[in-house]
Design a binder for this molecule. Structure first.
Ligand code: NAP
Length: 236
């Protein structure tokens, strides 16, 4: 990848092989950004095709966020770069989202919790030094991570992992109280993807411009916010 001009804004987008992450990479490119998007090792993805057509503005990197060593190796490979935004989009859900916390297998619970709560935090802790001093560090949360909005229940396992993520991010923010960086937990809405499923009311085409707009608008505002894609605060 050619080194972007210093005036070109840049984002490191973790988990961009498909779904919301891929669509965010597309949108940032359309807005003139330089993008490094990550996929997991293995098959060629849509992101590789997007990179081929990007005239060097999109580079594909490889990381599985549940592998701490891979995060360190990614930081080493990118050590000469500084990004305006680090955004961890990668996430997952249990296969049967109707099962209760009492029904989920321990193995699946651990998998979803490690992917959605532990690993995004490890990712930002490991990669934060690649972000400019006044840059933005964001993670894709969910409206379902809101404890106070949880009056109807449902999606118990997934919901708990995003609530845990939000709490860990608050602890991170407390440790970073003097930092000039903006910190963001984003609730994107219910969107038709592999994870969102076919019944979701929103398409990526409809939601992504708002999602990317909400991330960009948060730049330069130090401190942690939990926002929906319209930039509205979500109650913790
Ligand atoms: N869609 C919705 O309605 C909705 C609503 C609220 C929040 N969210 C959140 O939005 C984010 C994206 O969801 P989506 O709907 O786009 O889901 P998706 O279509 O299932 O895509 C998930 C993405 O995360 C990546 N990923 C999963 N585990 C990973 C790991 N261990 N290491 C690295 N990458 C990993 C996947 O990579 P592979 O291709 O390698 O599997 C894929 O790029 C998630 O955090 C999700 O919780 C989605």
């Amino acid at each position: 990848m050619q080194e972007p001009s210093p005036s070109t804004p840049s984002i490191l987008l973790v988990g961009a092989s498909r779904g919301l992450g891929y669509a965010m990479a597309q949108e940032f490119l359309q807005r003139g950004w330089s993008v490094v998007g990550t996929v997991r090792a293995g098959a060629r993805t849509l992101l590789h095709d997007l990179a081929d057509a990007s005239q060097g503005r999109l580079a594909v990197e490889v990381v599985d966020i549940t592998e701490a060593r891979q995060l360190v190796d990614l930081r080493t490979r990118l050590s000469s770069r500084r990004f305006d935004i680090l955004f961890v989009n990668a996430g997952t859900a249990n296969r049967n989202q109707d099962e209760t916390i009492a029904e989920v297998s321990t193995e699946e619970f651990v998998h979803v919790m490690v992917t959605n709560a532990l690993s995004p935090m490890r990712a930002i802790e490991t990669l934060q030094e690649l972000v400019t001093e006044k840059g933005l560090i964001g993670i894709m949360s969910s409206g379902q991570g809101s404890v106070s909005n949880n009056v109807h229940g449902g999606h118990e396992v997934y919901r708990g992992t995003k609530a845990a993520l939000n709490t860990y991010m608050r602890s991170y923010a407390a440790r970073q109280a003097k930092s000039g960086r903006a910190l963001l937990l984003l609730a994107p809405g219910w969107i038709r993807t592999g994870l969102g499923g076919p019944d979701a009311p929103l398409t990526t085409e409809r939601a992504i411009p708002d999602i990317v707009g909400a991330v960009i608008a948060q730049q330069g505002k130090p401190g942690l916010q939990y926002l929906d894609r319209m930039g509205k605060t979500v109650p913790w």
